[in-house]
Design a protein around this ligand. Structure first.
Ligand code: NDP
Length: 293
């Protein structure tokens, strides 16, 4: 069997086009321009790349982008004061603090200081609680993107066995909540899981969010299963230079799976598209207007 390749780039372009349409309507009918503020503390190279591309795509869909770059040694007091200012700013509908933060800053405290209604990353404890209890919330972008691709590929997910490998607050746990919300039978695996291959072999849907290059081989995959690969790992190429790979070993998994997301070009582009979608949702809610579908 050769797996269907789930084209995250194409999905993301579609999501961004719908966001752009909604932004146009908000501007033309209601005179409102959604605004996304991104806060970057320090100079982590990967974070700088993410923030740049988030800013560029925010502008491309017609929204306002506000970038706040702070020095690596910024105090918690200064960062919290900036967040308070953004919370109070009516032109800002979404606030994202790029993680990871430098070690001297308390990430939980910082994230929980964001107004939950503007928490477009969905990491505030209120949004986590709302998601966990099946209430309307801001949903973390990466798992939301994965869910959208899964729904589009499968239609209904009801009754499917889903194994999420990884239990981070950013990906694994919210992914499991979303799959449960769509009536999957969900298993969360992690570094202490016994006999991981046997656990993964039960899955109709495998979501790999581990951060270990190519650790899931095709032998672990049930024939016909769907593999959603969240991992982004940079490895050396034999001929020199580097390339990006996922947490699944793409070639061996694609030979067995029914469908698979590539790395790059799978989950990554959907994450930013969902961030833009969440910002439009936040803006619509803040103004008492109909939310995008
Ligand atoms: P974390 O490091 O926070 O979590 C990794 C999880 O994997 C942990 O729960 C850990 O278990 C588990 N794990 C580690 N080793 C093993 C193992 N040998 N067997 C089973 N489980 C294991 O990572 P994130 O969730 O933040 O990110 C995961 C990956 O996704 C990374 O590659 C990251 O770059 C990528 N990512 C991609 C995004 C995108 O847009 N495409 C967005 C966010 C992340 P334990 O809890 O027991 O330690």
């Amino acid at each position: 069997m050769t797996a269907t390749v789930i084209d995250g780039k194409a999905f993301a372009a579609d999501v961004r086009a719908k966001v752009a349409e909604h932004v146009t309507r908000l501007k033309e009918v209601h005179g409102i321009t959604p605004g996304l503020a991104v806060v970057l503390v320090g100079e982590d190279p990967a974070s700088q790349v993410y923030v740049r591309s988030k800013g560029k795509m925010t502008v491309e869909v017609g929204m306002n982008s506000y970038e706040h770059k702070l020095d690596a040694d910024t105090s918690e007091e200064v960062l919290l004061a900036l967040i308070a200012q953004l919370n109070a700013d009516p032109a800002v509908h979404g606030i994202l603090v790029q993680l990871p933060l430098p070690a001297h800053l308390d990430s939980d405290l910082v994230i929980n200081s964001i107004d939950p209604a503007k928490d477009v990353d969905g990491f505030h404890i209120s949004n986590v609680g709302l998601l966990g209890t099946g209430q309307k919330s801001m949903v973390p972008c990466t798992p939301l993107g994965c869910l959208m691709m899964l729904r589009a590929h499968h239609g209904s997910l009801s009754g499917l066995n889903a194994v999420v490998v990884g239990r981070s607050n950013i990906v694994g746990k919210p992914m499991a909540q979303l799959l449960l919300g769509d009536s999957c039978t969900v298993t969360i695996a992690h570094s202490r899981t016994k006999d991981l291959p046997a656990v993964v072999q039960q899955a109709d849907i495998v979501v790999a969010a581990v951060g270990r290059a190519q650790m899931i081989p095709g032998e672990w995959i049930k024939p016909g299963a769907t593999v959603i690969d969240v991992g982004i790992n940079r490895i050396d190429k034999p001929e020199g230079g580097t390339r990006l790979v996922g947490d699944a070993d793409y070639d061996s998994c694609a030979a067995v799976a029914g469908a698979i997301t590539p790395v790059p070009g799978g989950v990554g582009p959907m994450t930013i598209a969902c961030l833009l979608a969440n910002t439009v949702t936040a803006c619509s809610r803040a103004n008492g207007l109909k939310e995008p579908e």
